[in-house]
Every structure is written in structure tokens, then in C-alpha cells.
Design a protein around this ligand. Structure first.
Ligand code: NAP
Length: 263
């Protein structure tokens, strides 16, 4: 299926690894020019090379890499300078640390809100009016299954991402008439560095070897495995497609059936 977005310009935040890289790869394969970012230059450059090598079937799919911390004003400015008129915006940042809410002070909460709520809102603010003027825009926020079913050790994530979700729910109904959609994708367990770091915390807490905890976690999912970032990227690319203009304000779980509810 041709997604009809060849030649469009995308900002994909926090994308040298994991889910962000999965999204950048899928978009570049559709011929979208992607601006990627991450804090660590070496892995960012390696990701840019990988995306260049795999993307852009039949032209397009140029890759610009911006080394920055996307949760800072300077980082957001640098990415927007590299891609001032994005047609597609994928919001993402590292997840907050796990822990007990009794240990978190104001500074910890503000950092989580900056990373997982306010950065996305400021990037939306900077790009949505141009999208409305050009009558095409696709915004996808990478949130978490924790928005639908809270994860005990990730209270910072449960809270900050729910704030973003509430904000987006209102705005997404205001922009869709101009063919600008805003949706959230809620990942369950995906095979990324972030997930393995969380498994280690749970393993240490339970006094179980990491390998054993990894096996248990995969087996606990109805699919019997973790998701692959490429599966996530393909869903993201579809939401960014020309065909997806009637999908907005949605929270799409991609979790192998991990969420047990009917809806
Ligand atoms: P990951 O594999 O650890 O990759 C994170 C990527 O983001 C890396 O490229 C990292 O590069 C970059 N990054 C982190 N902080 C950044 C910042 N401040 N500025 C710019 N780039 C930054 O993580 P992931 O699993 O893909 O997770 C992506 C998001 O989905 C996270 O918010 C995570 O909490 C959420 N999530 C993941 C899962 C899962 O199972 N994987 C499930 C639910 C939710 P640098 O470190 O070099 O900056």
C-alpha cells in the first residue's frame, strides 16, 4: 500500500534507538524526509546511516540528524531549525525513571512533565498552525500502555503521559477539519533498551536473575513475546498516511493483547 506521503517532511524525536528509530525507518521507507534527534552523537549518526541505507525507495527519505536534548528549549529550537515546516511530527523522549512516589520531589516531577508532556505540547504548538495552513499534518505522540493501565513502578510516566493525553484529546478535534490529525500510540512491552532497563529494576526488586525475569515477562504477554520496534514503526507510518485523515484523537494500544479489557 502506498501511504501517499512521499516527499513529506517529518520530525521524529528521540529516534537513534528503539521505538523512535522504528518510526523514522518506516517513514523514510515511504520516501519521507526525516529529521531525527538524540543526545548521543555517535549512536545518532549510526542510526542516520542505517535509515539512509534502508529508506527512500525510489528517492526521497533524506535524513538529517540533530544531536540535542529534545526536552530543552534549545533542543526543540535546533530540531525546528533543521525542519521548520514539518508535515509530520512524532513526539517522543526517554521515559522517566521507575521508583516510589515517596522519593520524588518537585524537580523530579518537573523533569518528567518536561520530557513526557510539555516537550510534545511545545513542538505541537510550533508546528500545528503551519500544518493547518498547508491542509496536511500528522502528529503522533508515543505515550505508553501506562496511560490505559498504570504501571506500578512508573508513576511519573502514568501521570505525565495522562496529562499529554488529556490535552491532545481536545486539540485533535480542532485540527482535523484542516486534515491535521493528532493521535497517540500506546506501546506495551517492546524489545528496546528502555524495556530491558525496566526489567532489570523488577528483577533486582524480586531477587530474580534478569534472564529469568525477561522470560517471564515475554511469556506473560498473550503473544508470548515482546513487540519489535519495526511493528511499532509501521503503525506509526500508517497513522501518518494520506489515507488516515479520518483518524484523530485516538489512543491506539499496540501491546500483543496485554491489556485485558474488552475495549
Ligand atoms: P530507548 O530504546 O531507550 O530509546 C530512547 C531513544 O530516545 C534513544 O534514541 C535516546 O537516545 C533518545 N532520547 C532519550 N532521551 C532523549 C532526550 N532527552 N532528547 C533526545 N533524545 C532522547 O526507548 P524506547 O523503548 O524506544 O522508548 C521510547 C518511549 O516509549 C519512552 O518514553 C518509553 O518510556 C516509552 N515506552 C516504551 C515501552 C517499551 O516497551 N519499549 C513501553 C511503553 C512506553 P539518547 O539516549 O542518546 O538521547
Amino acid at each position: 500500500m502506498d501511504l501517499g506521503i512521499k516527499g513529506k517532511k517529518a520530525i521524529v524525536c528521540a529516534s537513534s534507538k528503539g521505538l523512535g528509530k522504528g518510526c523514522a525507518l518506516s517513514l523514510a521507507r515511504e520516501g519521507v524526509d526525516v529529521t531525527i534527534c538524540a543526545r548521543t552523537e555517535e549512536t545518532l549518526d549510526a542510526a542516520a546511516d542505517e535509515i539512509r541505507a534502508q529508506g527512500g525507495v525510489g528517492g526521497g527519505g533524506a535524513v538529517t540528524a540533530v544531536a540535542c536534548d529534545i526536552t530543552t528549549g534549545d533542543g526543540q529550537k535546533a530540531v525546528l531549525a533543521a525542519c521548520p515546516e514539518p508535515d509530520i511530527l512524532i513526539n517522543n523522549a526517554g521515559g522517566p525513571p521507575p521508583g516510589d512516589f515517596r522519593d520524588w520531589d518537585r524537580e523530579t516531577w518537573i523533569a518528567a512533565l518536561d520530557a513526557n508532556m510539555l516537550t510534545a505540547i511545545f513542538l505541537i504548538k510550533a508546528s500545528v498552525d503551519g500544518m493547518i495552513e498547508r491542509q496536511f499534518g500528522r502528529i503522533v505522540n508515543i505515550t505508553s500502555s501506562a496511560v490505559k493501565a498504570p504501571i506500578e513502578i512508573l508513576g511519573l510516566s502514568n501521570g505525565a503521559r495522562s496529562g499529554l493525553t488529556g490535552f491532545v484529546a481536545g486539540l485533535a478535534r480542532k485540527t482535523v477539519a484542516a486534515n491535521v490529525t493528532i493521535n497517540n500510540i500506546l506501546p506495551g512491552p517492546f524489545d528496546t533498551g528502555r524495556m530491558h532497563a525496566n526489567i532489570k529494576v523488577n528483577a533486582d526488586k524480586a531477587g530474580v536473575p534478569v534472564e529469568e525475569m525477561t522470560k517471564r515477562k515475554a511469556a506473560a504477554n498473550p503473544a508470548g513475546r515482546f513487540g519489535d520496534p519495526s511493528e511499532f514503526g509501521e503503525l506509526c507510518a500508517y497513522l501518518c498516511s494520506a489515507q488516515a485523515g479520518y483518524i484523530t484523537g485516538q489512543n491506539l494500544l499496540i501491546d500483543g493483547g496485554g491489556y485485558p479489557g474488552t475495549f
